[in-house]
Write a protein that binds this ligand. Structure first.
Ligand code: NAG
Ligand code: NAG
Length: 253
C-alpha cells in the first residue's frame, strides 16, 4: 500500500487539473433523483414562480415521486380548484400535476456553454403537455424548449428570439411507451448569440440560434402541464411523465 501512495498523489494531481483545463464541470449529477436528499440539493418543487402557468394543471409536490433513480410526475383530474390567471386571462384548473425547477440558474458566459441531458418517457396523448425546458429568469426571452410534447404524436424543439420569431422543429416521436434520450448543447457562438444543438436518441435533430442569450440567466424546468398548447379535452385517466439520468454539465470558463 505504502508504495502506491506517491502514484495516487500523482494521479489525483493530474486528474484534478484536467477539468479546469477543459472548463467542464458537473452542475447537476446523474444521481439527483436517487434520493430525497440528492433531489433537495439540486431541485425545488413547482415552477420558480409558483404552482400555475399556461395550462389546465396546477402543480403540487404531491404529484412528484422518485423511485430507483426515476422521477415520476402524475397528472390527475380534479374539480373545485380556483382558476389560474395567465396573461390577464383565467384558465380553468382541471388537473393537479407536477413541476420541478433547478435551484441553480444557467447563464452562458463568453466562450462557455452547457450540456443538458436525460432520458424521458413522455406521453403524446391529446391534452398532455410534458416539457423539459429553459426560460428567462428576468424578462423573456430567452426560452429554449429542449423537448416538449404537445399531444400530437410529435416532439418539438424550439428557440424563441421573440414571441413571433421562433424556430420550431417538430419530428415524429417513436414509441412513447419507451424512454428516449434527449440532449441539448448550448454554446456561445459570437459573444452574444447561442448555438443550440438538439439531439434525440444521440441523433442531431436540429441546430437553432438564440439572439442575445449569452449572459442571460435561465431557469431549468421539468413539468407536466395539461391542455393549453396540447389541445383539449385532456384525458380523464391519470397521465405519467418520467425522467431519469438527468445531468447538466457546464463549459463556462
Ligand atoms: C451572467 O453572466 C454575465 C457574464 O457572462 C454576467 O455579467 C451577469 O452578471 C451574469 N448574471 C447573473 C444573474 O449571474
Ligand atoms: C434568432 O436570432 C439568431 C441570431 O441573430 C438568428 O441566427 C436566428 O435565425 C434567429 N431565429 C429566428 C427564428 O429568426
Amino acid at each position: 500500500m505504502r508504495s502506491l501512495k506517491p502514484l495516487a498523489v500523482l494521479l489525483l494531481g493530474s486528474l484534478s487539473a484536467y477539468p479546469a483545463a477543459d472548463a467542464k464541470h458537473v452542475m447537476i449529477p446523474a444521481t439527483s433523483f436517487d434520493s430525497q436528499s440528492n433531489f433537495d440539493a439540486d431541485w425545488d418543487y413547482n415552477y420558480p414562480w409558483g404552482t400555475d402557468h399556461n395550462g389546465a394543471a396546477r402543480m403540487s409536490k404531491s404529484q412528484v415521486s422518485m423511485s430507483g433513480g426515476t422521477l415520476t410526475i402524475t397528472a390527475k383530474k380534479v374539480s373545485g380548484e380556483k382558476p389560474a390567471t395567465h396573461g390577464g386571462k383565467q384558465i380553468p384548473i382541471k388537473y393537479l400535476s407536477g413541476a420541478i425547477s433547478a435551484k441553480e440558474h444557467f447563464n452562458v458566459s463568453r466562450g462557455g456553454g452547457y450540456d443538458f441531458s436525460g432520458e424521458f418517457r413522455a406521453t403524446t396523448t391529446r391534452g398532455t403537455w410534458p416539457a423539459f425546458w429553459l426560460t428567462a429568469v428576468k424578462g423573456w426571452p430567452p426560452e429554449v424548449d429542449m423537448a416538449e410534447w404537445k399531444g400530437s404524436g410529435k416532439i418539438s424543439f424550439n428557440t424563441f428570439n421573440t414571441s413571433s420569431q421562433v424556430k420550431a422543429k417538430d419530428v415524429n416521436y417513436p414509441s412513447p411507451g419507451d424512454f428516449h434520450s434527449i440532449r441539448c448543447e448550448l454554446r456561445d457562438q459570437n459573444g452574444k448569440d447561442l448555438a443550440i444543438k438538439f439531439f434525440m436518441d444521440d441523433k442531431l435533430i436540429d441546430t437553432q440560434y438564440g439572439r442575445g442569450f449569452v449572459g442571460q440567466p435561465m431557469y431549468l424546468i421539468i413539468n407536466l402541464q395539461m391542455e393549453g398548447s396540447s389541445g383539449s379535452p385532456g384525458p380523464n385517466e391519470d397521465t405519467v411523465y418520467q425522467a431519469r439520468k438527468l445531468e447538466v454539465w457546464s463549459y463556462n470558463p
